[in-house]
Design a protein around this ligand. Structure first.
Ligand code: THU
Length: 134
């Protein structure tokens, strides 16, 4: 059965996922939560490496986890961090979202102000995205 999930609920799921962040170098904890068309929520948080370039953003941790569980058809993603106005997904995450969640809404919120949610779309954040199979 399809469950209705509000943007506020998805933001709260991202805030919960953020508690799992492993960010000893930047101390910048990010949480992300993906929503499927069926109403399932799949979270992730950033994981950093001493070899900084190996760090993986929260959005990609959530996306890779969801994809490797066989989930597809994402309708939204929420991202939460201690950032004024909420954290905007980096370019690399926008590319992955454009490939695997092209129809998704993107909700962002500051972890100190979860009630203030800003809404974007993946398509709007990465227009004319590179895809191999259009
Ligand atoms: N980070 C994310 O998790 N998502 C983004 O969209 C941008 C940045 C993480 C990576 C790193 O652990 C920390 O934020 C500081 O860049």
């Amino acid at each position: 059965m399809t469950k209705t999930v509000t943007p506020a609920e998805l933001i709260h799921a991202a805030a919960q996922a953020r508690l799992g962040a492993v960010a000893p170098y930047s101390q910048f904890q990010v949480g992300a939560a993906l929503l499927t068309a069926a109403g399932e929520i799949l979270g992730g948080a950033n994981v950093e490496s001493a070899s900084y370039g190996l760090t993986c953003c929260a959005e990609r941790v959530a996306l890779f986890g969801a994809l490797t569980k066989g989930r597809r058809d994402f309708t939204a993603v929420a991202v939460v961090a201690r950032a004024p106005g909420g954290p905007m997904p980096c370019g690399a995450c926008r590319q992955l979202l454009a490939e695997y969640a092209p129809q998704a809404k993107v909700y962002v919120a500051d972890s100190d102000d979860l009630a203030c949610v800003r809404e974007f779309t993946v398509a709007g954040l990465l227009p004319e995205a590179f895809v191999l199979v259009p």
